[in-house]
Design a protein around this ligand. Structure first.
Ligand SMILES: [Zn+2]
Length: 222
């Protein structure tokens, strides 16, 4: 192990105050906005079809950007067989100040928090699926892979989302769906696709009026 010589250490650190854990953040949380409770109050806790599940996602996404919590994105985790909703998530980047607070990360984390385990595909567990209103971004691609879900249901997967909203989805692999399938995650696409586009169109109109924030990092560059 290399060590810093005492004399050098004195020179380096003499006038610098030491770190103090009291100055550092030691936790962060991604919290659902209160309006979500109001929005789901008339929604059945069992949603039988992919269309029923996606309709809830679209409803949450459409409200989320208007409420100012983040982008027009929502996701839910559902027991694939029974249709029991395990968690709901919306994008909370703006309301939390945490850049990873995408809808998929929120929904997966809240499902895992509710069930008390990191693997939604654990032995003895019912199969779970993530339902989201577009193909995940590069971050959520990884989050989905590691979550234990066995099905991913998306409203669409083309370039339209980035074109309409201006959000950067990152360097996704062309074969992202095949990669999921190769790891035992079935991909279901084009569920209520037109309805997803309608939400993005509304968002784009609001953004054009200056009433919505596209929060890509490094926005000041280039
Ligand atoms: Zn994402």
């Amino acid at each position: 192990m290399p060590t810093v010589q005492p004399r050098i250490r004195r020179v380096l650190y003499a006038r610098l105050s030491p770190m103090d854990i009291a100055d550092l953040a030691t936790r962060f949380s991604l919290t659902l906005p209160p309006w979500v409770g109001e929005e789901i109050v008339d929604v059945p806790e069992v949603l039988a079809s992919h269309q029923d599940r996606m309709a809830l996602v679209h409803r949450l996404a459409a409200r989320n950007f208007r409420e100012g919590n983040g982008g027009p994105f929502a996701a839910i985790v559902v027991e694939s067989g029974s249709g029991q909703v395990v968690s709901v998530g919306v994008n909370v980047v703006l309301s939390t100040g945490i850049s990873s607070g995408h809808a998929e990360v929120v929904a997966l984390g809240l499902a895992q928090a509710r069930l008390g385990r990191w693997d939604l595909g654990a032995v003895g567990s019912p199969a779970h699926e993530l339902v989201v209103n577009w193909r995940p971004c590069v971050q959520c691609y990884g989050a989905t892979l590691w979550s234990g879900v066995t099905t991913l249901v998306v409203a669409g997967d083309g370039p339209e989302l980035e074109e309409m909203t201006g959000f950067d989805e990152g360097p996704m692999r062309e074969d992202w769906a095949a990669q999921f399938e190769g790891r035992g995650i079935r991909v279901v696409t084009d569920v209520l696709r037109d309805e997803a586009m309608a939400v993005y169109r509304d968002y784009a109109v609001q953004a054009a009026m200056g009433d919505a924030v596209v929060y890509n990092a490094r926005a000041g560059e280039g």
